[in-house]
Design a protein around this ligand. Structure first.
Ligand SMILES: C[S@@+](CC[C@H](N)C(=O)[O-])C[C@H]1O[C@@H](n2cnc3c(N)ncnc32)[C@H](O)[C@@H]1O
Length: 296
């Protein structure tokens, strides 16, 4: 089922940072297509992997059939904010945890979820976890002007959030609802005056709505305190963030944990991908890695 290959970001750096020991259990909180999990497994360790996208779980059953059968990989369709409950049910001791936030290339480019700009007639859905109840089109239909503007500003960094939100609300009052990708792209194109040429004019609006629909920042905020709790002494948490919002939550937790003497940050300065990695995988450009080591 997997059509577009996702290239794992900062793979060498991640594996080096995790300092993998054979037969120990590691958590891959964001399985995706399993690029990072594969390398952990190749080093003789075991992995509990989470992904809330059922497509990723199904598409990788065959690719990882041997490891699943051998019980060296436990693949769980769940939000990583359920980390503590699930690890305690499995009764495992965890030597390291990886969070590679965001989406796979395949999810971003998929033409059946309303996340990508392709496919004008697609419904504005954007749910990566199809058990969630609210779609992007629902947010556009029910949120108040201030709330919507805040989402576009805070989650997308959209400079023209106010204008775009005004237009959405104006149309709504006239009984015209934005329900498809094409309608939203057109509205943003027609409304914006400043159009940076490097990216699609609707990139930030789409990103903001995807983050809101999937409750991405709150999930991170709920999961990190669980991660430090379930980690063995001396274990490491590795995070790879693509947006300031994700990275800021990590940065604040790491600082707070250091203050209360839970361990130490091993990345006073974030690790960025090398120029070579960026040239092979431009999607890695904005990624930032942080590492925290729990006290021994
Ligand atoms: C950047 S991709 C990870 C790619 C993966 N490291 C690889 O090499 O294939 C992020 C993945 O995490 C999943 N994800 C994001 N937030 C999640 C959450 N709160 N709970 C569970 N899975 C999540 C997404 O569905 C996506 O598949």
């Amino acid at each position: 089922m997997t059509k577009i290959k996702h290239i794992p970001v900062m793979l060498i750096e991640t594996i080096r940072a995790l300092d993998i020991k054979p037969d120990q259990w590691y958590v891959d909180a964001t399985f995706g297509q399993g690029g990072h999990s594969r390398e952990i497994l190749n080093r003789g360790a075991k992995v509990v992997a989470f992904d809330y996208d059922q497509n990723n779980i199904e598409a990788n059953q065959d690719t990882f059939a041997l490891e699943i059968k051998a019980k060296s990989l436990i693949l769980i369709r769940e939000n990583f904010d359920q980390l503590e409950r699930i690890i305690s049910e499995l009764d495992l001791s965890i030597a390291g945890i990886l969070f590679d936030f965001g989406t796979t290339s395949e999810q971003l480019l998929s033409t059946d979820r309303g996340i990508s700009f392709e496919g004008e007639d697609q419904e504005l859905d954007m749910r990566l976890d199809d058990r969630l109840g609210v779609k992007a089109r629902d947010l556009l239909a029910v949120l108040g002007e201030k709330q919507l503007q805040k989402i576009l500003e805070v989650f997308g960094g959209e400079r023209e959030a106010k204008k775009i939100t005004r237009t959405i609300i104006k149309k709504r009052r006239a009984g015209e609802f934005i329900t498809t990708v094409g309608q939203l792209v057109k509205l943003v194109r027609d409304t914006k005056t400043h159009r940076p040429s490097r990216i699609h004019p609707a990139t930030k609006v789409f990103q903001a709505l995807r983050i809101a629909v999937n409750d991405e920042l709150s999930s991170i905020d709920r999961a990190l305190p669980q991660a430090i709790k379930i980690l063995k002494p001396g274990g490491k948490i590795i995070t790879i963030a693509f947006h300031q919002g994700d990275d800021r939550i990590v940065k604040n937790y790491f600082k707070e944990w250091e203050k209360v003497n839970k361990g130490q940050q091993l990345t006073k300065k974030v690790i960025k991908p090398t120029a070579e990695e960026i040239s092979n995988n431009p999607g890695a450009r904005s990624s930032r890695m942080r590492i925290f080591e729990k006290n021994k």
